[in-house]
Design a protein around this ligand. Structure first.
Ligand SMILES: Nc1ncnc2c1ncn2[C@@H]1O[C@H](COP(=O)(O)OP(=O)(O)OP(=O)(O)O)[C@@H](O)[C@H]1O
Ligand SMILES: [Mg+2]
Length: 246
């Protein structure tokens, strides 16, 4: 079953008189339950593509179906609804609110989506998620009182509060040391394997990319074509094509 289908997506930014074409016809399908990494040089359009997938931005042209819904045809209000209900985001710099406890960071997105939950139910759901990411004893801590890896785990719990089928992470380990990166990466794998959440990870880190079953490589505004046969595996280390790496 397909969760994401992109058909010939283009994105051109306009800077005054100048057009900046970034995505030049991206077609891509991601199945429910996949964990894939997205790699490519700096400036190749990874974040641009993630913003479109996350319904934060619209493509210039092309079609985007998310769970069978045609997102490209939606109004911005409809897209906001899809974004809040179906997509969790994790960013490189955690994007937590200062001077706010871990528990409140995680509860907050429910305000837009789950009016039917009582305060007590909302709190219980957030507590369960913080326990799930190993922060049961840090619920009252503010970001300045948490390590980088702990802050990223708060961000992951927050991304999951609306039970989204899709988790998009843009360089989630970019600000973490290698040991902490490994722990956060392990968290994504667990969520994928145990909860069936579809995960797409943007990364520069070859170890993170190689941990995904599938690596999608973007180059010159296009997804590099998968290669056939042995080359797939030989080229996997070079990250030069869309190849299974595990
Ligand atoms: N709002 C914008 N207006 C104009 N140009 C933009 C805008 N956002 C991004 N770009 C340009 O689009 C290109 C792709 O940017 P993007 O942020 O998607 O790259 P990236 O692959 O995520 O890079 P990095 O690995 O450094 O995060 C860049 O050349 C950038 O300058
Ligand atoms: Mg980026």
């Amino acid at each position: 079953m397909e969760l994401i289908r992109l058909d010939n997506i283009t994105k051109t930014y306009h800077m005054g008189e100048i057009d900046v074409p970034v995505l030049k016809g991206v077609s891509l399908s991601i199945a429910k339950g996949e964990l894939a990494s997205l790699t490519g040089a700096s400036g190749s359009g990874k974040s641009t593509l993630m913003n479109i997938l996350g319904c934060l931005d619209r493509p210039t042209s092309g079609q985007y179906w998310l769970d069978g819904q045609n997102v490209a045809g939606m109004s911005s209000d409809q897209r906001a609804l899809v974004r809040n209900r179906s997509i969790g985001f994790v960013f490189q710099n955690f994007n937590l609110l200062p001077r706010t406890s871990a528990l409140h960071q995680v509860i907050m997105p429910l305000a837009y989506t789950a009016a039917e939950l009582s305060d007590r139910q909302a709190r219980q759901r957030a507590q369960a998620l913080l326990e799930r990411v190993g922060l049961g004893d840090r619920m009252d801590h503010e970001p300045s009182q948490l390590s980088g890896g702990q802050q990223q785990r708060v961000a992951i719990a927050r991304a999951l509060i609306n039970k989204p089928p899709l988790l998009l992470a843009d360089e989630p380990t970019g600000n973490l040391d290698s040991h902490t990166s490994q722990e956060v990466l392990e968290m994504f794998h667990q969520l994928n394997e145990q909860e069936g959440i579809t995960v797409l990870l943007v990364t520069h880190d070859p170890t993170v990319a190689a941990s995904a079953r599938r690596t999608i490589h973007i180059s010159d505004g296009l997804i590099a074509a998968p290669r056939d046969g042995q080359d797939q595996f030989r080229l996997a280390g070079a990250g030069s094509a869309e190849v299974p790496t595990r």
